[in-house]
Design a binder for this molecule. Structure first.
Ligand code: 5GP
Ligand code: ZN
Length: 115
């Protein structure tokens, strides 16, 4: 998408601190980290939000979770734990209209909404 900030990051038009990349997925550090480790994991394909995920994109979502698993192990916080958050839409607090998974780690995360 032309004016999508994450599509620009994928194309290299906006610099990012990359953590992982393959043909379908990119992971990079959040510019305003909410935890010592705050990584955004995104599909390279522009999907505007979780609610827009199509049947033929479900495998891609699975791959994103597999990538999160891999990053957690490689970066050494798999055992200590982490949190994955997907904000969707206005009430969900989504600000960037390109599906992204927040991966938070590196401290005991507070403010549990569930659990
Ligand atoms: P949302 O609120 O949409 O769930 O999350 C968007 C996230 O993208 C925010 O945590 C914000 O800090 C991050 N973000 C927005 N613009 C940029 C950018 O240009 N570069 C990086 N690395 N992160 C960004
Ligand atoms: Zn996009």
């Amino acid at each position: 998408m032309e004016d999508c900030v994450f599509c620009k990051i994928i194309k290299g038009e906006i610099p990012s601190n990359k953590v992982y990349e393959d043909e379908e997925i990119l992971a990079f550090k959040d510019i305003e980290p909410a935890a010592p480790i705050h990584i955004l994991v995104i599909p390279k394909k522009h999907i505007s939000s979780l609610i827009e995920v199509k049947e033929n994109e479900i495998e891609l979502i699975g791959k994103i979770y597999k990538t999160i698993n891999k990053i957690a192990k490689e970066q050494g916080f798999a055992e200590k734990g982490f949190r994955v958050i997907v904000n969707c839409g206005e009430d969900g607090g989504q600000e960037v209209g390109h599906l992204h998974f927040h991966l938070l780690a590196g401290k005991k995360l507070g403010e549990k909404i569930i659990g």
